[in-house]
Design a binder for this molecule. Structure first.
Ligand code: NAD
Ligand code: UFG
Length: 341
């Protein structure tokens, strides 16, 4: 089976490509490298001992995309390509809607033209917005996220629903990721943010390696056990395997058409202070931090009800917080400058 992976050179994409190769899928990566490096694909190929077809291109470029569908017989698409910085999305919202919404529409149009109907979309827990109580479950209504980035994910989920209504061949899966962290256990691939990291784990890891002076903990006065925010952190390799499980599910259910959403998370909330402690334990060193003001748009706590994915996809997030920390550190300490070699 041949799978087109948009955004496959990025953080989650590269780990998923590795899992796909290990499960005997053929992979074509389509990525414009706006937030990634081709080096990730070279390393994935070495780890898997298999080749990946790489095409540099933008999902908004329908002509180029069309050529890819003409050149290869594609059975399914996994769509990671998107811009993902929550804060930046409020500064340049049009770029986010262009890339994430219009880009996805372009991809879906080209898929329709070439009669490719299997589609797996990178959605996010952010689609539950501020209205829903935790744990989040797939039967809840889509909420109102606090950022244009989050809104772009809600919009795409709506687009997929409408497309499925209009085309009974369409077979879509929205995977709602919670907070992916960690790296492949080899330490060869991992998260390589450009500039100052927005997310907690890359920031902690850069403090640990001496690239940043100290971590700012955004608020210690939330209504949680220790006052810091709680999130459902899951290992990126568990998340990668969730995509293989979703593809297998599509293959098993040849009668299925429509769109199905699945939460991919552990089901546990872990606080920022707990993450810092776990990281300190993994590296046997203190992480300098200070408590700073709350970050606009942060919710106090959310985690997944992952029962649907556990049962239907036969998937479970298995790796522990300790393993997430150890693998983050292996990647960061052996690649202090990421893929810049
Ligand atoms: P990433 O930035 O590492 O990967 C995204 C990849 O898409 C990059 O390689 C980038 O170069 C590529 N890309 C972006 N715009 C493109 C375009 N127009 N055409 C072609 N390629 C393009 O991000 P990631 O963390 O791997 O996230 C992957 C997906 O998962 C994204 O859709 C993101 O919104 C979603 N997601 C991520 C998280 C998270 O915490 N990392 C959480 C929920 C959902
Ligand atoms: N945090 C800090 N200091 C930092 C960075 C983060 O204290 O330097 C805190 C945040 O306030 C938050 C927690 O660490 O409480 C996690 O923050 P992240 O930025 O790592 O993750 P978020 O939960 O804010 O956002 C992530 C993804 C989004 C996605 C969202 C919901 O980045 O793409 O999960 O799935 F929309």
């Amino acid at each position: 089976m041949k799978v087109l992976v948009t955004g496959g050179a990025g953080y989650i994409g590269s780990h998923t490509v590795l899992s796909l190769l290990e499960n005997n899928y053929d992979v074509i990566v389509y990525d414009n490298l706006v937030n990634s490096s081709i080096e990730s694909i070279d390393r994935v190929e070495k780890l898997a001992g298999k080749k990946v077809e790489f095409i540099e291109g933008d999902i908004c470029d329908k002509e180029k995309l069309s050529k890819v569908f003409e050149q290869f017989t594609i059975d399914a698409v996994i769509h990671f390509a998107a811009l993902k910085a929550v804060g930046e999305s409020a500064q340049i919202p049009l770029s986010y809607y262009q890339n994430n919404v219009y880009g996805t529409v372009c991809l879906l149009e080209v898929m329709q033209q070439h009669k490719v109907h299997n589609f797996i979309f990178s959605s996010s827990a952010t689609v539950y917005g501020e209205e829903n109580d935790v744990p989040y479950v797939e039967t809840m209504k889509l909420g109102t996220p606090s950022s244009p980035y989050g809104a772009s994910k809600v919009m795409v989920e709506r687009v997929l629903g409408d497309l499925a209504q209009s085309n009974s061949n369409f077979r879509g899966v929205s995977l709602r990721y919670f907070n992916p962290i960690g790296a492949h256990e080899s330490g060869q691939i991992g998260e390589d943010p450009k500039g100052i990291p927005n997310n907690l784990l890359p920031y902690v890891a850069q403090v640990a390696v001496g690239k940043r002076e100290k971590l700012g903990i955004f608020g210690d006065d939330y209504p949680t056990k220790d006052g810091s925010c709680e999130r459902d952190y899951l290992h990126v390799m568990d998340l990668a395997q969730g995509h293989v499980a979703a593809l297998d599910w599509l293959n098993r259910h040849s009668e299925f058409s429509g769109v199905e959403a699945f939460n991919l998370g552990t089901g546990n909330g872990v606080s920022v202070f707990a993450i810092v402690k776990a990281f300190e334990k993994a590296i046997d060193k203190k992480i300098p931090f200070e408590v700073s003001p709350r970050r606009t748009g942060d919710l106090p706590a959310f985690w997944a009800d992952a029962n649907k994915a556990n049962k239907a996809l036969n998937w479970q997030a298995k790796r522990s917080v300790e393993q997430m920390m150890a693998d983050t550190w292996r990647w960061q300490s052996t690649n202090p400058n990421g893929y810049l070699v």
